[in-house]
Write a protein that binds this ligand. Structure first.
Ligand code: HEC
Length: 128
């Protein structure tokens, strides 16, 4: 994780994402201290989801023409122990739960970014 942050921080600084701006503009040092943890994790996961191609078919807060929003996914499975099931689904791809659109297999993501990447992406999605 540390390695990843070091590798990608220059690009992330240049990308000017809204989450980064929000973090920079928080007026209270105290609030910054409280907010930095979760927001930093969330921004990292959005970055990772983008690099992993997930955001080509999903948006966080609204339906994408291809895939369901991550907020809808989180809402649907709230309180259920579905992480393993969804990791397997994302890894293998599939359709039929949300419609006829097909999610392509994503096994390469764990191969490329490291074992457990898909699991942390799914946990992030379920926390939306
Ligand atoms: C090619 C487009 C595409 C890509 C790329 C894609 N998805 Fe999906 N995803 C979909 C579609 C379409 C569905 C709905 C599948 C269904 O109806 O069963 C879906 C469903 C899901 C679900 C809910 C599965 C369920 O059974 O309820 C999760 C979680 C998810 N995607 C996560 C990811 C993650 C994480 C990535 C990146 C590693 C990713 N997706 C990449 C199209 C995509």
């Amino acid at each position: 994780m540390k390695q990843y942050q070091e590798d990608h921080s220059p690009r992330r600084r240049l990308s000017g994402r809204p989450a980064g701006k929000l973090l920079m503009s928080l007026p209270l040092i105290g609030a910054l201290g409280l907010a930095a943890g979760p927001q930093a994790v969330s921004a990292d996961m959005l970055q990772r989801a983008t690099e992993a191609g997930c955001m080509g078919c999903h948006f966080v807060d609204r339906d994408h023409p291809v895939g369901p929003s991550y907020q809808d996914v989180a809402e649907r499975y709230r309180g259920q122990n579905v992480t393993d099931k969804l990791v397997a689904k994302v890894r293998e791809g599939g359709s039929g739960e949300w419609g006829q659109q097909f999610m392509t297999p994503n096994a390469w993501v764990d191969d490329h970014f490291g074992e457990g990447t898909l699991e942390s992406l799914v946990e992030w999605i379920l926390s939306q």
